[in-house]
Every structure is written in structure tokens, then in C-alpha cells.
Design a protein around this ligand. Structure first.
Ligand code: ADP
Ligand code: AMP
Length: 220
């Protein structure tokens, strides 16, 4: 499981970790962004998407239902990697129940850490492909041709919730609702704090090293 504030680099690391470990990536943010393309969303989904645009959290009930609908991911032979879920203690408790039902467990929780000014810089510079959803950064990970996706040629756009007014709301939601989760997982001895500073490949190396150390100490 990847924890950490919005913009710290969870999605970027999730992609690299899944390539390295062969795990199945489940990002609730990606699930909601994909749902936003539906032409006739249900009232519940429509109000969730409005909350998302403002930078607020989507209701626990809807998030948990969305995850339960994708529980096949938790049975993936290569394991699973949760990114952006859970985000509240109530979601964490619902996940515990779901994992018991699925006969599986979360082995490790990586909590990425980065100073606030760098997080704001990462969020403000994030650009996403409007077609394939690949993620870039105007300075740290620029596309080869300005404003155009390297992979599919789609136009790069700024996420609505990466605008300054939504960023402030998201950081507040993180501090109030998500940060307490670190204590929740610390109590069960699964929390690993990892610095998200440096280029993505360096952060990946650091993460893999921490996971390996943890696995070795669990074996002894
Ligand atoms: P999150 O999933 O935590 O919201 P992302 O993975 O989408 O974060 O990253 C946020 C922005 O920061 C993106 O523009 C991404 O390209 C950039 N980014 C991610 N990791 C790094 C890194 N290690 N160094 C510099 N920029 C990064
Ligand atoms: P992310 O891509 O993880 O930054 O998520 C983008 C937005 O989707 C968040 O700001 C929330 O509005 C919504 N969202 C994603 N995951 C959750 C979650 N687990 N709980 C509540 N809202 C979520």
C-alpha cells in the first residue's frame, strides 16, 4: 500500500513498482477519473465527481463499493498494490474486512515523505495525457514535444484538482483524514517511511531496498 500526500509521487512509484514486482495496480483516483468519462453517471457518482473536482474526498461508502467491485485485483497472482486507498480510518477498517473475506493481507505500507514546498511544485507542474492518462511534469518529466504525450500523441492537460484552490482543499483533507492512517498501520508494525526526494528511479530503488529488508527480517 502506498500512503502519502497528494503529489508526493505515489502514482509514479506505483507504475515503477508494478513493473518491478509484477503486482496489480489499484488506484481509486484512476477509477474515479475513468468514471468521469461516463455520459450518464448515477446521482451518487455525479456528486462524487463534483467533490473530486473541488479537491474533497469522495464518500467512504462509494469508495469502498468501487474497491469491492474490483476485488479481483486483490486475488492477482503477482499480488496487489493499493494507491490512494484507503484514505480514511473508516476505509482502512472496511479494507481489513474485505481482505479477511478475500483471504489475503497487506504485507507492507510505504509512507512517502517530502517537504511541502516540493509537493506543491510537483502538483502544480503535473500534466496528464487527455487520452492515455500518462503522467508528466513540466520540469522534472517533460514530454519530448511541448504539450504532447510521448506515448500516444494526445494533448497534455492540467487536472482540474491540481489548480491552486483545489490543492489547498486536498492538502487539508490529507492532514485531517489521511495522515492519521500512518498511526493505524504503525500500530500493526507494517509502516515503512520512505523519502520521496530525488528522481523517480532513485525513489524506486529506495522503496525496493526497504521492502527487501522488511521481507528478510520477517523471515528470521
Ligand atoms: P501522486 O500519485 O502522489 O498524486 P504523481 O505520481 O502523480 O503523485 O506525481 C505528481 C507529479 O510529480 C507528477 O507530475 C510526476 O511526474 C511528478 N513526480 C513524481 N515523482 C517525482 C520525482 N521523484 N521527482 C520529480 N517529480 C516527480
Ligand atoms: P488521487 O488521484 O489519488 O490524487 O485522487 C484524486 C481524487 O479522487 C481525490 O482528491 C478524491 O477526490 C478522490 N479519491 C481518490 N481516492 C479516494 C479515496 N480513497 N477516498 C476518497 N476520495 C478519493
Amino acid at each position: 500500500m502506498l500512503l502519502g500526500p497528494p503529489g508526493v509521487g505515489k502514482g509514479t512509484q506505483a507504475e515503477l513498482l508494478c513493473q518491478a514486482l509484477g503486482t496489480c495496480h489499484l488506484s481509486t483516483g484512476d477509477v474515479f477519473r475513468a468514471a468521469s468519462c461516463q455520459c450518464d453517471p448515477s446521482p451518487a457518482l455525479r456528486s462524487a465527481l463534483e467533490a473530486m473536482r473541488r479537491g474533497e474526498l469522495v464518500s467512504d461508502g462509494l469508495v469502498v463499493t468501487m474497491v469491492e467491485e474490483r476485488s479481483a485485483c486483490l486475488r492477482c497472482r503477482g499480488g496487489f498494490l493499493l494507491d490512494g486507498f484507503p484514505r480514511t480510518v473508516s476505509q482502512a477498517e472496511a479494507l481489513d474486512d474485505l481482505l479477511v473475506r478475500e483471504g489475503t493481507a497487506v504485507d507492507a505500507v510505504i509512507s512517502y515523505e517530502l517537504p511541502l514546498d516540493e509537493i506543491v511544485d510537483r502538483l502544480g507542474g503535473r500534466r496528464t495525457c487527455s487520452i492515455c492518462k500518462a503522467v508528466y511534469h513540466v520540469k522534472a518529466r517533460p514530454p519530448r514535444a511541448g504539450g504532447v504525450c510521448d506515448l500516444c500523441g494526445g494533448a497534455l492537460i492540467q487536472r482540474e484538482d491540481d489548480r491552486p484552490e483545489s490543492i489547498r482543499v486536498r492538502m487539508r483533507a490529507y492532514e485531517e483524514c489521511t495522515r492519521p492512517l500512518a498511526d493505524y498501520y504503525e500500530m500493526t508494525g507494517r509502516l515503512i517511511a520512505v523519502s520521496a526526494d530525488g528522481p523517480p528511479e532513485e525513489v524506486l530503488e529506495r522503496s525496493l531496498r526497504e521492502l527487501q529488508t522488511r521481507e528478510e527480517s520477517a523471515r528470521h
